[in-house]
Design a protein around this ligand. Structure first.
Ligand code: FAD
Length: 476
């Protein structure tokens, strides 16, 4: 029987489904599209923390092979966030279209045993004390938990009665997938000049994706778009239209800044764009959704093995503040990039460059945008490491931490006794000073640290669920 239903086979839903399936949870993904992965998909940038999560799933190398590695992100003018100093195995970002991320995550989810049902549009949902019933256009499904990873217009969010407060920040953004006569000098080219903004990046299949915006032409999303309009705004913002021609897709869209007030209603959770949306500036949307999924998957698996319900509440406690922070960051980039007056633009350049020349500001900006800088708040009385992002340390006995995390396990860096949880915890390394050990959660954050064996068992029960019974222990 299905234990978790994931609604939506976008990047968020697919990472979550793979994590659940790897943890041995019976998971069904309901997706309203047919089986094709769309090449009209949106994101281009995969940031360092996402690469770390992919590394913990054995996928970082394969994804990197599909794209181009850049050690910085130009936001506007000469203001650039340098990523080369990030304290990560991946001090860079990878430019690759979203469909490459989706393809790798789909293959992994299917390999791990997730069921993906296409042409299944969720239209109804009701929950009781024991589970959730989901209705699609073609049938009825039931599971212990449901996750709405069904994007910005989430039916699940609507069906549990959650609002999506916020506002439109940019209207009438022009989108064009085109061929170009002249390759731009840089892989990601973006700038805002005067009343225009433009961005161009290669898809890797002979087409380039262009976003352009012209403050003087704000039209409804359904107003027809001519390539000349895109050319003109691109020339003004970037100084060249790169001889764009043969568009395969032209459309207008608007960008909203919104966040659901809660990510959980009973047995139903929201993740990814269903929970938060913001402008594409900084390229953080898909990345944030993937981190939501990485945070939620192991918690649902643990809840199904008897972990207390409070563990599921920690999803909201940990991820909602990150979502809010990402909204602020991307909103600030847009507002500064599109500052109107010429004096404002001069100040923007000077202040932006000046601020980013200060090491602490630069590190903070890089940490926020890459996701590497986020730590979760430790519960009262917990060790100061709890909630922090675990760095990819070399383990005594060989290998790296993020390799040891593969398979969705906890890793105990130290050599304490984990009898009863051997199926979920890998013990790696030697005890630290005074016999101390660190328990790293499957999402690469510290779950517990200390020297006290009883404290470790309490933490394991709270985070990983009940220990195996004698009959479950192999060869017991
Ligand atoms: C122009 C643009 C550029 C962007 N650039 C970046 C970037 O560089 N980096 C970045 O990180 N992010 C970027 N983003 C954001 C990124 O594309 C999204 O954040 C990401 O797609 C969200 O993934 P998701 O899985 O949460 O939702 P989605 O990708 O929207 O997937 C939701 C899935 O749910 C399905 N679905 C919807 N309703 C139902 C239903 N009722 N029943 C069943 N299935 C349903 C949909 O068909 C879809 O497959 C950009 C966005 C835009 C618009």
């Amino acid at each position: 029987m299905t234990e978790v239903i994931v609604v939506g086979a976008g990047p968020t839903g697919l990472l979550l489904a793979g994590d659940l399936a790897e943890a041995g949870v019976a998971v069904t993904v309901l997706e309203r599209r047919d089986g094709e992965i769309s090449n009209l998909s949106r994101a281009f940038v995969v940031h360092a923390r996402t690469l770390e999560q992919l590394d913990a799933r054995g996928l970082a190398e394969a994804l990197t092979d599909t794209g181009t590695v850049l050690d910085g992100l130009r936001l506007f003018g000469r203001v650039r966030v340098d990523l080369s100093m990030l304290p990560s195995r991946f001090p860079h970002l990878v430019v690759t279209p979203q469909y490459n991320v989706e393809r790798l995550l789909l293959e992994r989810a299917l390999r791990a045993g997730a069921e993906v049902v296409h042409n299944a549009e969720v239209v109804g949902l009701s929950q009781d004390g024991a589970g959730v019933t989901v209705t699609t256009n073609g049938g009825t499904y039931r599971a212990a938990y449901v996750v709405g990873a069904d994007g910005m217009r989430s039916a699940v969010r609507h069906l549990v009665g959650l609002p999506f407060p916020g506002r439109s920040v940019l209207r009438s953004i022009m989108l064009a997938d085109v061929k170009v006569a002249r390759e731009p000098d840089q892989v990601l080219t973006a700038d805002a000049v005067g009343d225009a903004f433009a961005f161009i990046a290669p898809f890797g299949d002979g087409y380039h994706r262009v976003f352009a915006w012209d403050r003087r032409r704000i039209l409804p999303d359904d107003a027809p778009l001519a390539l000349d309009e895109v050319r003109e705004a691109t020339r003004r913002a970037l100084g060249d239209d790169f001889g764009m021609h043969d568009p395969r897709w032209l459309s207008r869209f608007h960008s909203d800044e919104r966040q659901a007030p809660r990510y959980r209603v009973g047995r139903v959770f929201l993740a990814g764009d269903a929970a938060h949306v913001h402008s594409p500036a900084g390229g953080m949307g898909m990345n944030t959704g993937l981190q939501d999924a990485a945070n939620l998957g192991w918690k649902l698996a643990a809840a199904l093995r008897g972990a207390p319900d409070a563990l599921l509440d920690s999803y909201q406690d940990e991820r909602h503040p990150v979502g809010r922070s990402v909204l602020h960051t991307s909103g600030a980039i847009v507002r500064v990039a599109l500052v109107r007056s010429s004096v404002g633009r001069v100040l923007r350049g000077l202040l932006g460059q000046g601020a980013l020349a200060v090491p602490a500001v630069r590190a903070r900006a890089a940490g926020r945008i890459s996701g590497v800088g986020f730590a979760y708040r430790a519960p009262a009385g917990a060790h100061r490491l709890v909630g922090t992002r675990a760095p990819d340390v070399r383990l005594a006995g060989g290998g790296r931490l993020y390799e040891a995390l593969r398979g969705g396990r906890f890793v105990l860096v130290g050599d304490a006794d984990v009898t009863g949880w051997e199926d979920r915890v890998r013990v790696a390394g030697h005890a630290g000073p005074g016999g101390s050990a660190v328990l790293v959660r499957p999402d690469g954050h510290v779950g517990w640290a200390g020297t006290d064996a009883a404290g470790l068992r309490r933490a394991l029960t709270a985070l990983a669920g009940a220990p195996m019974s004698r009959s479950e222990v192999p060869h017991a």
